[in-house]
Write a protein that binds this ligand. Structure first.
Ligand code: SF4
Ligand code: SF4
Length: 79
């Protein structure tokens, strides 16, 4: 998941042109971007590296969080 801080983004477009997964779109005013295609992100972190304003954050979600939570509360796992 990608977060763009609108207070930092100056709309330079580097992330739009560098992201291979086509995640970013310009706003209507073309002065900022937003993560339109979050679901296509492959978490390569390139956008975080190239953004000169440090406006992008790649947020990784632990995939097994739900399974782990279930195991912790499932009484059948206690022996
Ligand atoms: S690289 Fe950073 S400052 Fe430039 S458009 Fe993307 S988020 Fe905004
Ligand atoms: S982490 Fe990679 S794939 Fe995801 S938005 Fe950034 S540049 Fe694109």
């Amino acid at each position: 998941m990608i977060r763009v801080d609108p207070h930092k983004c100056d709309g330079c477009g580097i992330c739009v042109y560098d992201c291979g997964a086509d995640v970013f779109r310009f706003t209507n005013k073309k002065d900022k971007v937003f993560p339109f295609g979050n679901k296509y992100c492959v978490n390569c972190f390139l956008c975080e590296l190239v953004c000169p304003e440090d406006a992008i954050e790649v947020v990784l979600r632990p995939k097994k969080k739900k399974a782990a939570a279930t195991a912790e509360t499932d009484p059948s796992t206690n022996s």
